[in-house]
Design a protein around this ligand. Sequence first.
Ligand code: ADP
Ligand code: MG
Length: 313
Amino acid sequence: PCALGLATPTAIIVGVGKGAREGILVKDAATLEKLHKVNVVVVDKTGTLTKGKPELASLNNLSKQSDAEIIAILASLENKSEHPIAHAIISYAKEKNIGLLPVEQFGMMKGKGISGVINGVKYFVGSAKLAEEHSASLASLEKETSEGKTPVILVVENTVLAIAMIADQIKPEAVSAVKALHSLGIKVVMLTGDDKNTARFIADQVGIDEVVAEVLPEDKLNLIKDLQSGKFENWKLKIGNSSQGLVVAMAGDGVNDAPALAQADVGIAMATGTDVAIESAGITLLHGDISKLVKAIRLSKITMRGIKQNLFW
Ligand code: ADP
Ligand code: MG
């Protein structure tokens, strides 16, 4: 009976230890057991597939104000946000020695952008969707977005003042990680709050099976639930018998990914990401190295084999 009782924990302890040496930090043993059953991996874009260190690539100033004034407005508003886009704009302003202005009534629209008042004028900064909501007419951004850049639009009272394009680089290891997942028979889905064209470009570069773009944080959670309960007939994704539901792993880094990480069968956070994401996940990958996800799945398979062998002996 002692041998029976030891069979599982010894294999798990060895598995968790091996993972730690490889930069895969496993929070609880149950996670390691579940991981070998996963048949779909859902990933976030910004910070998971891309480096999460975006830069301001261009500024299209449509206003009568100077570029420096526009950057000052953008950077002052973004100074109150923690989004990777905010870092891109603030560091650009610093580089150009552009000072910040005082902001009042700062507000955040989850998954869309931010707002605030500077010198009595109310500004909105965010996605094309946000600009549309303020009925600001917008010329087509298809060229820029189809190159994978994210548009950030500065709106004041139904008018677009400027459009900044933000570019983030794809992690080189993301491409090989997706290939390796495919070779294990696992499908990869990308969920992002970003623009559809931008998302499509990144997904094509990385070899993703299905993309869902312009989703709000709570939608990420619901999409995971749909996959788990087999409600994805409308998806392009074809995995076995879809009515059965899938075992879902979710990899993400942002505050907006936390609910989805907690809902997934296995939540995987990037160590480079936010604390809330790490808190909500069962596994954390050091250096945000997504290729370690494949190693973690292999480790789970080996650990399960170890458990079965131990039980047999
Ligand atoms: P993701 O899934 O890519 O992490 P988010 O839900 O954080 O996306 O954001 C979705 C979109 O909302 C971004 O692509 C951007 O267009 C817009 N957005 C969010 N926060 C900001 C911000 N601080 N400044 C400008 N745009 C923002
Ligand atoms: Mg993210």
